[in-house]
Ligand binder design. Structure first.
Ligand SMILES: [Ca+2]
Ligand SMILES: [Ca+2]
Ligand SMILES: [Ca+2]
Ligand SMILES: [Ca+2]
Length: 252
């Protein structure tokens, strides 16, 4: 097992690109601390084609600096199939944590490569909202090219503070995005990852909607061809949501 201590994790993402798992070394563990309550964000992307890796997050619950069976009694996991991206977004109190990336043996041909990004943003419910939003862009829900209207349902809460959708628009195509069906406050923003590094960099948030309470959110009239991400983010508490992409043609 490879163990790497990252020290104190802050809002600037720590990126471990082109990391490897093998049959003889199938697990990498990244240890870090957060010094106050934060949202911990983990994004596992670019898993090699034909392979499968998963990610887990554990707290050092017995404070002995080691990831042991006691710590493993409670944790979060993201274990999608094939080489789909994995994501964990956890609102939590200060402490020492372990992010464990593991090769899913039945789904992997041998060596697995991956990119991992980790950040600790301000806890959901603090202002400004931009400081608590995840700055990582795993493709959790891949919508692809929007050729018609799409509605998806989801849920955000303290153990899943953010959902990330990826979509694209073609020439003379536009979209309005609505979030409704809320039982507590959630918000949305649209990101264009211009440098394609799967991190939200300065200038890449092109629109956001941050209404208070359970008021629905609307981002309208995105009409530039390209690839986009939508983040749905918890502000306070657990809520189901409906997100609707209303696609339209842009007149000449
Ligand atoms: Ca421990
Ligand atoms: Ca997986
Ligand atoms: Ca970027
Ligand atoms: Ca809101």
């Amino acid at each position: 097992m490879a163990l790497l201590n990252l020290g104190t994790l802050g809002s600037i993402p720590v990126v471990k690109n082109n990391s490897d798992l093998t049959t003889s070394d199938p697990t990498d563990v990244f240890q870090f601390q957060i010094s106050s309550g934060k949202n911990i964000n983990l994004s596992l992307t670019d898993i090699s084609a034909g392979d499968n890796a998963d990610i887990r997050l554990f707290r050092d619950a017995n404070n002995n600096g080691v990831l042991d069976s006691f710590d493993r009694n409670v944790g979060l996991v993201s274990n999608r199939g094939s080489n789909q991206d994995e994501a964990i977004n956890f609102k939590t109190s200060s402490g020492t944590f372990f992010a464990e990336v593991s090769r899913f043996a039945p789904g992997s041909s041998g060596d697995v490569s991956y990119n991992l990004a980790l950040s600790a943003t301000e806890p959901s419910g603090t202002l400004p909202i931009s400081a608590s939003s995840s700055n990582l862009l795993p493709k959790e829900f891949v919508l692809g090219h929007l050729s018609g209207n799409i509605t998806r349902t989801g849920n955000v809460n303290n153990q899943n503070t953010t959902d990330v959708y990826s979509f694209s628009l073609g020439f003379r195509e536009g979209v309005d995005i609505r979030l409704d069906g809320l039982s507590s406050d959630a918000d949305i923003r649209v990101i264009r990852d211009s440098n394609n590094n799967r991190i939200v960099d300065a200038g890449e948030v092109i629109a956001s909607s941050n209404n208070a309470g359970i008021t629905s959110e609307l981002i309208s009239n995105i009409t530039v061809r390209g690839d986009y991400f939508l983040q749905v983010t918890e502000f306070t508490g657990n809520t189901n949501y409906n997100v609707t992409f209303n696609q339209f043609s842009v007149p000449t």
